[in-house]
Design a protein around this ligand. Structure first.
Ligand code: GA4
Length: 320
């Protein structure tokens, strides 16, 4: 959990900012996906009330005693987790609640800790997930437009599918007081990784910690903005664009005095979906990837360590 990662502060102007109300947003999105695999979205249309209602529920949940939170079940794969991330030995200064976005699960099998007032949590979660999913779909349609793909919903239909394998995550990074003693030391909150899905939509409170990796491997810290969303390109979208978009490597560092709360919607395809470069983007080029379904990729991803390069196993070896 301890390490001394080097990072620099990103000048705020370096992070691409996409104003969804502006007509030129699709071109900015394409540039951001190619260069960073990451951008910030403003004028997103998600009501701020949806955000604050869910944040309030999250803060309430994380302030419960650990045994109470553990009643939400171990994260196998859904439930409450503390410090342990995944099944393969990764740890971080973080606690979290992982949920499926499938309403049949959320609405009928809520963690018992929410039983006191399940309706409040359910409606806050339902409102937030459907609004962020709609916004993610709008962004995915703009990506299709920017890539000059005729079928605008080519990506977004995967998130809207009833069988979509999407996940929702609430993270709490408690303050880490020991850090004050060491000016030069950082504690890993959530270790570096890429997201396996198509797209991730992140919102955090005003506590810093998120960092993204540039193409040259340098880490830059992302200034927090509680009224905006941050979009990550996931591994599956990198494959569907045959490597044109970049799945962004990112991590979170713990803060010495402030608590960070983030909520992330991971938009994934149905399990049976074939993940492959879109033929309309190939124009005679060879696929960089072997064929696989989301089920196969997910299975393999969950057997990896957080920092592993998960796509490597699915890359075609270039013919010499
Ligand atoms: C990263 C993105 C999502 O948070 C997540 C994570 C999952 C987990 O926390 O269980 C993984 C990680 C994530 C990728 C590799 C595997 C699986 C932890 C891990 C070591 C829920 C997901 O889908 O993949």
């Amino acid at each position: 959990m301890n390490s001394k990662p080097n990072s620099s502060t990103l000048c705020p102007h370096q992070i691409p900012v996409v104003d969804l109300s502006k007509p030129d947003s699709k071109n900015l999105i394409i540039k951001a996906c190619e260069e960073f695999g990451f951008f910030k979205v403003i004028n997103h249309g998600v009501p701020l009330d949806f955000i604050s209602r869910l944040e309030e529920e999250a803060v309430k949940f994380f302030s419960l005693p650990v045994p109470e939170k553990e009643r939400a079940g171990p994260p196998d794969p859904f439930g409450y987790g503390n410090k342990k991330i995944g099944q393969n030995g990764d740890v971080g200064w973080v606690e979290y609640l992982l949920l499926t976005t499938n309403p049949n699960f959320n609405y009928h099998q809520l963690p018992p800790v929410f039983n006191e007032n399940p309706e409040r949590f359910r409606s806050a979660l339902g409102d937030y997930i459907s609004a962020t999913r709609d916004m993610a779909c709008e962004v995915l349609k703009l990506m299709a437009d920017g890539l000059r793909i005729q079928q605008r919903n080519i990506f977004s239909k995967l998130l809207m599918d009833e069988q979509s394998d999407s996940v929702f995550r609430l993270n709490h990074y408690p303050p880490c007081p020991e850090l004050q003693a060491y000016d030069d030391r950082n504690m890993i909150g959530f270790g570096e990784h890429t997201d396996p899905q198509i797209i991730s939509v992140l919102r955090s409170n005003n506590t810093s910690g998120l960092e993204i990796s540039m193409k040259d491997g340098t880490w830059v810290s992302v200034p927090p903005d509680q009224n905006s969303f941050f979009i990550n390109v996931g591994d599956s979208l990198q494959v569907m664009t045959n490597g044109r978009f970049r799945s962004v490597r990112h991590r979170v560092l713990a803060n010495s005095s402030k608590s960070r709360v983030s909520m992330i919607y991971f938009g994934g395809p149905p399990l049976s979906e074939k993940i492959a470069p879109l033929p309309c983007l190939m124009k005679g080029k060879e696929s960089l990837y072997k064929e696989f379904t989301w089920f196969e990729y997910k299975k393999s991803a969950f057997a990896t360590r957080l920092a592993d390069n998960r796509l490597e196993h699915f890359q075609r070896v270039a013919a010499s």
